[in-house]
Design a protein around this ligand. Structure first.
Ligand code: NI
Length: 512
């Protein structure tokens, strides 16, 4: 009786949705495995074609493909960019790359929603590895979306992260290690629905389990995930669970929009617009840590979290490869990631081609781990010149020097390091430390406690400086001295005289 009454009530409803449904024939339920994203039979998408790109560069072959459907140009454009980017990042970040192949299938093609799932096979001297990423598209608005945009916001992604960890532990507890999984874009880049409308989250080989364990997925029940979905996510879920025969897009969207990363769940801003560091009252300070991550950087992150302090990490290549999980955690906890070259050379003594590679490789490595595009670099030893500045500019990187040098690499004494950091601190300071030294890690609790008591706000460099110009050098963000700094910036190499002498020592002794 109750069911009948409900059905009658629905029948009487004259909402546009109900009308549309009554016009259309009943659609068949999508088929597929419970732990897989739905797959669209291409017979139902008669106009789909495949774009193919084959390249060979330094002996590395790339074979990239993606689908093209009439009247979905913004999607094709986005997939073209994404596949190029993935190839370039692979070539840049993996030292002994052999080949990369990107193939595709459609996970959803119905109503106003399309989903393209890319399968990326990478081969290097250590073996083969497969990764997946699923991109979404709203055919009505011309908007492309990351998988995390199926969710309403960052809070929802964090809740999902908890549910996924629980599900993985229950099902694959032996082989899966989720302790290094964070709610960031790059870790949640392949999500969709199974035929029942449950959310399927899939992880690349090697991401949460050894590569040999293959693909790992978590299924979050429809009822659990529904409260977490965005409006688009609900639309996507509805379209995913049915088969749409003879799928066509009637016309191009009127005003195609570029997918922006701002506000995307799993993407973190390097600054909070509510804080104005150009106001001396804000008492902003940027703590910066170079040459890492190190073994004890997770401890440092715990300490920063305790004081709600943000920092900037100038990363070098080897440590990023060795401690990739720490890099993801730094990003997930709202710290700023920045570039400190692969091998830490004095860039002013390198050929342009080497400078380019030293910087771009770290950009590529960090993007592959986090999805974040670096905006800042610090030349090793603070050594820069017009040539370095030109290349930094090409790569969209501002050069960040420092105003307070703790000399923590030289004096491995945590009380000395703490004293120098606190004594040198004033609003707008950029404080130089290295998170590869245990004595520095030990100094930070005292530094944070004292700066906190003095009313300082520990912020990222981008928060401190506001908009920075790629290729320009910045030494501090002192609110009252901003004009003077601009005057002194021109010769590019100038730090204050005592900073210069520090740099000389740094060159001589810093073994990193
Ligand atoms: Ni360094």
């Amino acid at each position: 009786m109750v069911a009948l009454a409900t059905a009658l009530a629905l029948g009487a409803c004259t909402s546009p949705d109900a009308e549309r449904r009554s016009d259309q024939p009943e659609r068949a339920k999508a088929t597929g495995e419970a732990d897989e994203l739905t797959v669209v039979d291409l017979d139902n998408v008669p106009d789909v074609t495949e774009e193919k790109k084959e390249t060979e560069e330094n002996g590395v072959t790339a074979s990239l493909s993606y689908p093209k459907v009439p009247n979905a140009d913004p999607l094709a454009k986005r997939l073209d960019e994404i596949t190029d980017r993935e190839r370039d990042d692979f070539l840049g970040a993996v030292p002994k790359a052999e080949s990369i192949k990107i193939g595709w299938n459609l996970s959803v093609a119905g109503d106003d929603v399309m989903a393209v799932r890319l399968t990326q096979d990478e081969k290097d001297d250590e073996g083969e590895r497969t990764a997946w990423a699923t991109y979404w598209y709203d055919t009505a608005t011309g908007t492309t979306a990351y998988s995390t945009e199926l969710l309403a916001g960052q809070q929802e992604l964090e809740t999902l992260d908890g549910l996924v960890k629980k599900a993985l532990k229950e099902n694959d507890g032996d082989k899966v290690d989720t302790s290094h999984l964070y709610p960031i874009l790059r870790s949640y880049d392949s999500m969709g629905f199974n035929p029942d409308g449950d959310l399927v989250v899939e992880f690349d080989e090697g991401q949460v389990a050894p590569v040999k364990s293959g693909r790992v997925s978590a299924v979050v029940a429809k009822a659990d995930v529904e409260p977490l979905l965005s409006d688009f996510g609900r639309k996507a879920q509805t379209a995913a669970v049915v088969v749409t025969p003879d799928y066509r897009i009637e016309e191009e969207p009127a005003a195609p929009k570029d997918g922006s990363k701002a506000g995307v769940p799993g993407v973190f801003a390097t600054r909070d617009d509510d804080v104005d560091c150009s106001d001396p009252e804000s008492k902003c300070i940027a703590l910066t840590f170079d040459d890492g991550p190190g073994e004890r950087t997770p401890e440092l992150l715990d300490t920063l979290a305790k004081y709600d302090a943000k920092a900037t990490f100038f990363l070098t290549g080897g440590p990023v490869r060795e401690h990739a999980a720490t890099v993801r955690r730094e990003y997930a906890e709202g710290h700023e990631l920045a570039n400190h070259t692969v091998h830490h050379p004095d860039l002013t003594r390198q050929a342009e081609v080497r400078i380019r590679a030293e910087l771009s490789t770290v950009n590529d490595l960090v993007r592959r781990e986090t999805g974040f595009d670096l905006e800042l670099m610090r030349p090793p030893y603070g050594a820069t010149d017009d040539k370095v500045a030109k290349i930094a500019k090409e790569q969209g990187l501002a050069e960040i020097i420092w105003s307070v040098d703790t000399n923590d690499w030289k004096d491995r004494d945590s009380s000395v390091v703490a004293k120098r950091a606190v004594k040198g601190a004033k609003p707008g300071s950029i404080i130089l430390m290295h998170d590869i030294h245990g004595t520095t890690i030990d100094a930070v609790p005292s530094i944070l406690k004292q700066l906190d008591e003095k009313g300082y706000r520990m912020v990222t460099v981008s928060q401190l400086l506001g908009d920075t110009e790629p290729g320009e050098s910045y030494f501090n963000g002192h609110p009252e001295e901003k004009k003077d700094d601009t005057d002194g910036k021109d010769d590019g190499t100038s730090a204050s005289s005592d900073e210069k002498s520090d740099k000389k020592d740094d060159k001589k002794d810093d073994k990193d």
